[in-house]
Ligand binder design. Structure first.
Ligand code: F1P
Length: 346
């Protein structure tokens, strides 16, 4: 995980233990469906989780905004497993969604950061992300820790169900253990990120694009910028651009693209070219050594080469740093953004 706020930028390890869910291993492996409920940044982590669980464990996943889910009449069965994700463990919408699912007989697993908070107590079992306290209001290291927890969970279920070769699981776990080191590498780019922040800081809008597992990272990049710098930002799946947002692109529009070397790479290059043709200012998060995108983009930020499943953890770091520096340059209080509460308990 990386702490990216309040002038305290450092890499650390989140110690995540799956022991707490072992009692529910069979239930999880046999689940007909997994429903993830959460809000804000935690919802974005849930979207990464959807990709990972469906890809590796082959169980259908739905990711719901708890704030919507709680007010409709969702179809929930006893065979569903509901995963509630929350940094604070106190978010009222997420708690209400849990109560609803519990009444319908679903099994509830919590993924929370604050030990002893309400959501773990409402859940049947769960895991703590142990990312340490979020000093500021906006969630940063909790996000990378949540994604790490969901990566572990997807591999855990895949192992129970036999949906992924043991060798692939071993490769991913070995790489996961190296992420603190890889995150340190990402943090070395901070001076460059600061320069790019300077170029973007006076913009009124910003677009974030990603595909596949990195689409939720684009959403999170946009949310962080909105939350702490008050620049209007949108996250979009890059392939959706042609269905509307492309109309917004001109020389005034900064576009941040997650363009790492993964299964979406070729397609994202053509999306970047579409932006370039309309004079959008492109910042691309790329895999180190990339030579193709550096020819097209205005700025590139490299992250280390890693398995596709781990790119969300690494690609998030420069985006968090970017919004942090933009917010500081605009004179915003990064710890206490206006109108935002650390945990939304109403
Ligand atoms: C959810 C959340 C945060 C956001 C802000 C408001 O909180 O939307 O992601 O940064 O603090 O609440 P949580 O359920 O993850 O604690």
């Amino acid at each position: 995980i990386a702490n990216c706020m309040r002038g305290r930028i450092y890499a650390d390890e989140a110690r995540i233990n799956l022991g707490g869910i072992s009692e529910y291993a069979v239930k999880l492996a046999q689940a007909k469906r997994i429903i993830i409920v959460s809000c804000g940044t935690s919802w974005h982590a849930g979207l990464v989780g959807e990709y990972l669980i469906e890809e590796y464990a082959r169980i259908p996943v739905e990711v719901e905004y708890a704030s919507e889910f709680r007010y409709r009449n969702p179809i929930i069965s006893e065979e569903d497993v509901v995963i509630a994700i929350s940094q604070s463990g106190e978010t009222a919408d997420t708690m209400a969604a849990i109560e609803l699912a519990k009444k319908a007989g679903a099994t509830i697993l919590g993924i929370c950061n604050v030990v002893g908070s309400s959501i773990p107590r409402l859940s049947h079992a769960g895991m703590y992300t142990h990312a340490g306290p979020e000093i500021g209001v906006a969630s940063t290291k909790a996000f990378t820790a949540q994604v790490t927890a969901l990566t572990l969970l997807s591999l855990y279920i895949a192992r129970q169900r036999g949906t992924l070769p043991a060798s692939k699981i071993a490769t991913l776990l070995a790489q996961l253990q190296k992420t603190p080191q890889l995150i340190k590498e990402c943090l070395k780019n901070e001076p460059l990120v600061k320069q790019i922040a300077y170029e973007i800081k006076d913009s009124t809008n910003c677009l974030f694009l990603g595909r596949g597992i990195n689409f939720p990272v684009a959403l999170e990049g946009a949310l962080k910028l909105k939350e702490i710098s008050y620049i209007h930002a949108e996250g979009y799946p890059a392939a959706e651009m042609k269905h509307g947002p492309i109309a917004l692109i001109d020389e005034q529009m900064p576009v941040v693209v997650i363009a790492t070397k993964d299964s979406s790479y070729d397609k994202i290059i053509s999306n970047i070219q579409e932006v370039k043709a309309r004079k959008g200012k492109i910042t691309a998060i790329v895999t180190e050594g990339d030579t193709i995108i550096s020819e097209i983009a205005d700025y590139i930020i490299e992250i280390p080469l890693c398995e596709e499943a781990l790119t969300p953890i690494l690609a998030t770091i420069p985006l968090q740093l970017l919004s942090y520096h933009i917010a500081v340059m605009r004179g915003c209080n990064v710890d206490q953004p206006r109108n935002l509460a650390k945990s939304v308990t109403v």
